[in-house]
Design a protein around this ligand. Sequence first.
Ligand code: NCD
Length: 304
Amino acid sequence: MLKGRHLIEPSEFSIDELEEIFGLADSIIQKPEDYSEICKNKLLASLFYEPSTRTKFSFDAAMLRLGGEVIGFSDPNTSSVAKGETLKDTIITISNYVDIVVVRHPQEGTAKLMAKYALVPVINAGDGGHQHPTQTLTDLLTIRHYKKSLNNHCIAVCGDLKFGRTIHSLVKAMHRYQDVKFIFISPEELKIPRYIKDLLEPGSYFETTNLDKVIGKADILYMSRVQRERFVSEYEYLRLKDYFILTPEKMLRAKDDMIVMHPLPRVNEIAEEVDSDKRAVYFHQAKFGMYVRMALIVKLLGLE
Ligand code: NCD
């Protein structure tokens, strides 16, 4: 039962519950007109304490396409936060006005804290370098579409595995499926955190700094940008930002049916020439993000 639940990290939902959301997303994709009024008279609060384009827009578009309405801010300086209000007071107040809340915040654990005090469902739209569960729903729906199943894959994740919250959420969600192997490709300085590796079976992952060497093994290549905003030193960021660049030459070594994913925004880590490769699915992935958020909102509001 998903009605009234929060979504703070993807592993809070069982595989069956995730499948319920994906099933509804499939139905919405097939017949969006059947859902265009389902959220009539419902209000979503969108609290973005950190910049966002696709996550905010895809939530807004999702709610509007369901016939609901959206209020909120994308610049905390325009809200009472600027007057020194605590997150606890903000969420108690706002959840009196709306039916569901989406929050993005630079500090890890914020969504969880807000969920504790909220009177309505809270969705974590990214908390610092920690988790980004709705990106993971997007990613799983994309994999399920292109690969027909979430089992039996070798997933290579490449880039900033230390600060990349989409990576942390994806690995936490995918390791629960059968026969999933991970290849973690990153510079030494940006390796995947220990607490994520500790969740995995010892033989189920491999770490490397060399994309060329392993690209041929991957069924899915998940690229990510170096997370500039999480670096203390700009010099360190500049040193690492172009460590990996996926080019058409590199793609020659990849399987014919491999897919390339990216949560976006892309900075420099995928050359634009790769966009026309049929294996590059990242822009379609962004579209799945809106549909899966539509399904999530309907489920948490118990409207189906
Ligand atoms: C991601 C994020 O915010 O963590 N973006 C997104 O939501 N699609 C990835 C990123 O910013 O690199």
